[in-house]
Write a protein that binds this ligand. Structure first.
Ligand code: GBH
Length: 449
């Protein structure tokens, strides 16, 4: 059975338990109904960027199979579903609404509502329209304003159908992996570009938040950030400082401007003196607009040591449990980050864990997928959330990443994060053991007898 030792969260009827996906990772239908190309179409079509040359052109074909997928969701008894809207589907090259693209999300959200499933919608899960990248992408301040216009259009069209709006998914990844290391689209590797991109992403977030408030006052609005736990097995003061710098670079870089109205001074003084963000008057006030909630995505812990150069270097710990991604299974990291944020920020908004989960090399054997590692993973992370709640952190929900196996960005289809297995040759969905146990657990939770 699935039986997380997590009374404080699972017994609360208002604590939302759900699953999450993102548009480019599941929809496919890349040219259907006037969808424009995004930076991920371009990047994944570039040889050497994505494992096995996989692209999101077909993915889980969710754009055409959405009804079957909503049935799947409803059958799981989830309280809520987190999805994202593809910007290139709903705005045309001239900035006008694409009615066909909008109609897709309208019918999807309506059906979810009919089924009694709460909706959590992210406006930007990494699929920037390519024409905006051609004009400088997130390095260009103008993109922040294009994003706010997109938010305006979508929130007018879909007002009333969305319970939770998130502006961005993981701006750290968009900025750092997209422009700083080049591991993600658009594939630039320049620290200054990453800092420009981060600033314009956060500015776009702040501008969009104000627009969402005007157009859809009854919904809750926030942002989703990825957070990383950094610790050290080293014994010197420099090693301890290295772990601090890791979290400064991953967490404070994003959370400080959002929750304290300033970039962390140490980040630019000590780590990146030559890569300061292009802040203009008033920007930090816009970025620091109060949030109704903060979405947190957590996956793993990173062990670091001092690199002897004032920075840090990752030193993988031997003998720890890891996933198919090579990521360490470390539930305490989630608890410790949550309690740490609770201490660091006086005005920490209510938190939703908007993603948590793991990849495994799952196969269908005799019609079943036995993903034992995932079951234990989810139980232990829910227990970690429970500990944080008992320590006073206001966490109100938890979403498993992901409903379906899907296009795992630079790792393509090889890495399987779903609680439902997808056979890409036939598009057949097979609920894994984790999905079956979760379904029983959620059904029991609804009607305890
Ligand atoms: C999330 O991002 C995404 O939102 C989702 O789309 C994706 O499918 C899912 O997780 C699984 O990957 O310090 O350079 O080692 C992934 C979160 C955050 C993972 C940063 C890797 C460390 C990068 N990522 N992280 S690094």
């Amino acid at each position: 059975t699935f039986d997380p030792p997590a009374d404080a969260v699972v017994r609360r009827p208002d604590f939302l338990l759900g699953v999450a996906t993102a548009a480019y990772q599941i929809e496919g239908a890349a040219t259907e109904d006037g969808r424009l190309p995004s930076i991920w179409d371009t990047f994944s079509a570039t040889p050497g960027k994505v494992l096995h040359g996989d692209t999101g052109a077909v993915a889980c074909d969710h754009y055409l199979r959405w009804e079957e997928d909503v049935e799947l969701l409803a059958g799981l008894h989830v309280d809520a579903y987190r999805l994202s809207i593809a910007w290139p589907r709903v705005v045309d090259a001239a900035g006008r609404p694409n009615e066909k693209g909008l109609a897709f999300y309208r019918k999807l959200l309506r059906r979810l509502k009919e089924k009694g499933i709460r909706t959590s919608v992210t406006l930007y899960h990494w699929d920037l329209p390519q024409h905006l990248e051609d004009a400088g992408g997130w390095r260009n301040r103008a993109t922040a304003y294009r994003f706010a216009e997109y938010a305006d259009l979508v929130s007018r069209e879909l007002a009333g159908l969305v319970d939770f709006w998130s502006t961005l998914n993981e701006p750290w990844c968009s900025a750092m992996l997209g422009y700083g290391t080049g591991h993600h689209a658009p594939g630039q590797a320049d620290l200054l570009a990453a800092n420009q991109a981060m600033h314009h992403l956060l500015l776009g977030h702040g501008l969009a938040l104000a627009t969402l408030r005007r157009n859809d006052p009854a919904s809750r609005k926030g942002i989703v950030v990825n957070v990383g736990r950094g610790t050290t097995d080293g014994t010197t003061p420099d090693d301890a400082r290295a772990a601090e710098l890791f979290e400064l670079q991953h967490n404070d870089w994003v959370l400080d401007p959002l929750l304290r109205g300033q970039y962390p001074p140490r980040l630019h003084d000590e780590l990146w003196p030559a890569a300061r963000p292009p802040v203009q008057d008033g920007d930090l006030e816009t970025i620091g607009t109060p949030l109704d909630f903060l979405g947190i995505n957590y996956y793993f812990r990173t062990n670091v040591r001092a690199d002897g150069n004032g920075g840090y270097v990752e030193v993988p710990l031997p003998g720890v449990e890891r996933t198919q991604m090579g990521w360490e299974v470390h539930p305490d990291g989630l608890r410790d980050l949550l309690t740490g944020f609770h201490r660091r920020y006086d005005n920490l908004p209510p938190i939703y864990i908007t993603e948590n989960g793991m990849a495994s090399d799952d196969r269908v054997v005799d019609g079943a997928v036995v993903d034992r590692q995932r079951i234990a993973f989810l139980e232990r992370h829910l227990a970690a959330v429970d500990e944080a709640v008992k320590a006073g952190v206001d966490v109100r929900g938890y979403y498993v990443w992901s409903l379906l196996d899907n296009f795992e960005w630079a790792f393509g289809y090889e890495r399987r994060f779903g609680i439902v297995h997808v056979d890409y040759a036939t598009q057949r969905r097979t609920p894994k053991r984790s999905a079956e146990l979760l379904r029983e657990f959620l059904a029991r939770r609804r009607s305890p007898s």
